[in-house]
Design a protein around this ligand. Structure first.
Ligand code: FAD
Ligand code: SF4
Length: 473
């Protein structure tokens, strides 16, 4: 058996430099040796604290110590059932939750000088092992209530809502404008973090449980909300937030300046032949970055995904420009570490000023300036200030803007919004996550603003409970 140090060496065994465009399965390369022995050894390290901090730090309040105990006893089928009492998408969360900021960051072992139990990896392992053993959700005891709910958006929030509804005898009918389920899990987060087959496998499991999926249906265009309301007992909205924040820089309209999400979606569409852009080729962005010098603007997880995707596509140089220091980056430290290992250059404390173009209006560089963090403001936040005279140009062929997303509720949505345009609804209402329209519930990024998969799962599940209470079933 591996001891703690050997285990950590194992999961850190990634090559320092990656220059192959073929390399898309990074996660499996790290975890292919994570077998039952390793999982048991890790699960055995749990101290079973009287107050399980890891559970409190997990947004879905996963019963972590309980399933760790079952793994230690080799009871994988018991563990997978307990896991699903709190989490509808454990195989996704196990892979892409920022565990260092959530469950593992709260593990008591961290405070005692040891590394945390590798909770996320075990969560992923339980699901994979259970599937290998032939496990499927058992709904034979569920009696149909005869009620049905339309779900707009088959992202994590919509899938989690569907999971809880169908387990309670309510028929979920999902609509998504994309050709496959998953939302950003499929059309955003790259394959090396989350394999698309894993999302497709979950969609198939949900279909077998009784969920109905309608793809390539844009609600508001192909079908209107009023028909969904009249044909169903309730409607759940989990449509995410998709309005990319602009850089507001001179030169932003030059050829070669692109938003992060189209770049990432194009990458997944190309690799997996999802058939996006078939209807109109003009929509297909020309975003191949092989052989080019790339600058990525931003410091969050989307920026890290752009960095690492560019490396995999064969970019000759990838530079990530971020206006604060490493400690203040919004991205998960784990993601930043991977980007550094894979060869991304980071320009910390550096802010973009303008994008420079050549005679053909194509990007040829980006003008940046060094920054320092000012004294904390009244909110304790240290705003970066430009340092005069430190301006310089970084040569590049492509600039990827990864500054995040703003809520962009559709025009047809007639429910109360908050000032920041997220939907006004919360858990503490009579019916959890009910909007100002009694029959419409909502959850995920369109309620929270851009957040995390596990948060969207939590809200989708809670909204389903709200719907069940509302329907009195
Ligand atoms: P979404 O996942 O956005 O799903 C919304 C769905 O609604 C989509 O499928 C969309 O097609 C559909 N839809 C929208 N409008 C309509 C309409 N009119 N008709 C029909 N369908 C519609 N989180 C993490 O926890 N870990 C990570 O590593 C991570 N990495 C990320 C990387 C990137 C590049 C991005 C952009 C986000 C990342 N996130 C990550 C955040 C996470 O993906 C989101 O918080 C989560 O997907 C939100 O789930 P959701 O269901 O609310 O919305
Ligand atoms: Fe940790 Fe995320 Fe799993 Fe919760 S859902 S236990 S935060 S990996």
């Amino acid at each position: 058996m591996l001891n703690n140090e050997q285990f950590l060496d194992l999961i850190r065994q990634e090559p320092k430099k990656i220059d192959s465009t073929e390399r898309t399965q990074g996660f499996d390369e790290i975890y292919h040796k994570f077998d039952l022995d390793v999982a048991k050894q890790q699960a055995d390290r749990c101290l079973h604290c009287a107050s399980p901090y890891c559970q409190w730090a997990c947004p879905v309040y996963n019963y972590i110590p309980n399933w760790l105990k079952l793994v230690a006893e080799e009871n994988i089928l018991g563990a997978v059932e307990i896991l699903h009492r709190k989490n509808s998408l454990p195989e996704m969360c196990g892979r892409i939750c920022p565990q260092d900021r959530l469950c593992e960051g709260a593990c008591t072992l961290e405070d005692t000088g040891f590394e945390a139990v590798t909770i996320g990896a075990i969560e992923r392992f339980i699901l994979e092992e259970a599937i290998n053993m032939g496990w499927k959700p058992d709904l034979t005891h569920v009696q149909s209530t005869g009620k049905k709910v339309a779900i707009v958006g088959a992202g994590p929030a919509g899938l989690a809502c569907a999971d809880v509804l169908v387990r309670n005898g309510v028929k979920p009918i999902l609509y998504d404008k994309h050709p496959e389920a998953g939302g950003l899990l499929t059309f955003g987060i790259p394959e090396f973090k989350l394999e698309k087959q894993v999302v497709i496998r979950r969609r198939k499991l949900l279909e077998e449980m009784g969920c109905e999926f309608n793809f390539n249906v844009n609600v508001g265009e192909d079908i209107d909300i009023d028909s969904l309301l009249s044909d169903n007992d309730a409607v759940f909205l989990g449509m995410g937030t998709y309005s990319s924040m602009r850089a507001n820089l001179e030169g932003e309209c030059l050829q070669g300046v692109e938003n992060a999400l189209p770049f990432l979606i194009d990458n997944v569409n190309y690799r997996h032949n999802f058939g996006l852009y078939e209807k109109s080729n003009k929509d297909a962005p020309d975003l191949g970055v092989a052989g080019k010098k790339i600058v990525v603007l931003g410091g969050g997880d989307t920026a890290m995904d752009c960095n690492r995707t560019s490396i995999r596509q064969g970019a000759t140089k990838v530079t990530c420009v971020y206006r604060r220091d490493k400690e203040n980056m919004p991205g998960s430290p784990k993601e930043v570490m991977h980007a550094v290992e894979e060869g991304v250059d980071f320009e910390f404390n550096t802010a973009p000023i303008s994008i420079v173009g050549d005679d053909n209006d194509r990007v040829c560089g980006i003008k940046v300036v060094s920054t320092r963090l000012a004294e904390p403001d009244e909110n304790g936040r240290r705003i970066p200030e430009n340092i005069d005279g430190s301006e310089r140009i970084i040569e590049c062929d492509v600039v990827l803007v990864a500054f995040g997303f703003r809520p962009d509720p559709p025009q047809w949505l007639n429910v109360n919004l908050k000032e920041d345009k997220t939907i006004a609804c919360c858990e503490q209402q009579e019916f959890a996550f009910q909007t100002s329209h009694p029959k419409i519930f909502a959850g995920g990024d369109m309620v929270l603003g851009s957040s995390l998969v596990v948060q969207a799962v939590y809200e989708g599940r809670k909204a389903a409970e709200g719907i069940i209470d509302y329907l009195q079933v």
